[in-house]
Design a protein. Structure first.
Length: 232
């Protein structure tokens, strides 16, 4: 257990806060990358602070987790406000009970009030939304995202350079403004995941193909995308 009080000045802002937490990491393979051991931070933490600038603001963040033999669940919350207030909560559950499979369930939601220009949610910009939708299909001050994905290892070492996997997926979510009906969409399909086995940073990429549904669909229902793989 640790307690720390800190303060600092950046861009004419004064911050003061307190941190309480303990250290808990889980070492996984074939989670977000290939051919390497990944340290996943599951540390229970709590941060609370105040921000002084043109007014008085606050910042709060926390995380808690549960761990079992071949899986874990982690719940986190981040909130802050000065002129613009933003609150985001996330829950991720991961299981590797079946050999060569990594089953992931992830849900998150957020709300922004009194947004400055550019402070709205844009799932495409941060790569945290349905993967088969286009640039800026969703923007707003409310956001949701749900993911169900099974990352299946096909080959962990091709010519000593590349690893390949498949990932059936279901995504649903979007973003909208508070004075309009919820604008969301979903997609279901399969991704071909591939990543380097020798690079220092071994983040996976994916080619995803599937069917889009929901009110947020613009254009054709069937879609294909090439993109960086989600990291949880």
């Amino acid at each position: 257990m640790r307690v720390r009080v800190s303060e600092g000045v950046a861009e004419h802002r004064l911050r003061a806060g307190i941190d309480v937490g303990s250290v808990r990491f889980r070492v996984l393979e074939h989670f977000n990358s290939y051919a390497r051991r990944e340290d996943v931070d599951l540390s229970p933490t709590l941060h609370a602070g105040v921000v002084l600038s043109s007014g008085v603001g606050y910042e709060v963040s926390g995380q808690t987790s549960a761990v079992w033999k071949r899986g874990f669940a982690v719940l986190s919350l981040t909130a802050g406000g000065l002129d613009t207030t933003r609150t985001v909560g996330q829950l991720t559950v991961v299981s590797q009970d079946i050999a060569r499979h990594t089953l992931i369930v992830h849900a998150e939601g957020g709300i922004v009030t009194h947004p400055k220009p550019g402070a709205e949610f844009d799932p495409w910009a941060v790569q945290r939304g349905p993967r088969l939708f286009g640039v800026h299909d969703f923007t707003g001050t409310r956001t949701t995202w749900f993911v169900l994905e099974d990352r299946i290892l096909v080959a962990d070492d091709i010519l000593g350079l590349l690893a390949i996997g498949l990932a059936p997926f279901l995504d649903y979510g979007g973003a909208w403004y508070g004075d309009e009906p919820a604008r969301q969409g979903g997609d279901v399909g399969v991704s071909l995941r591939f990543g380097p086995t020798r690079a220092v940073r071994g983040e996976a990429a994916e080619m995803a193909f599937g069917y889009r549904f929901g009110d947020g669909v613009k254009g054709k229902r069937w879609a294909f995308t090439l993109r960086k793989g989600f990291s949880f």
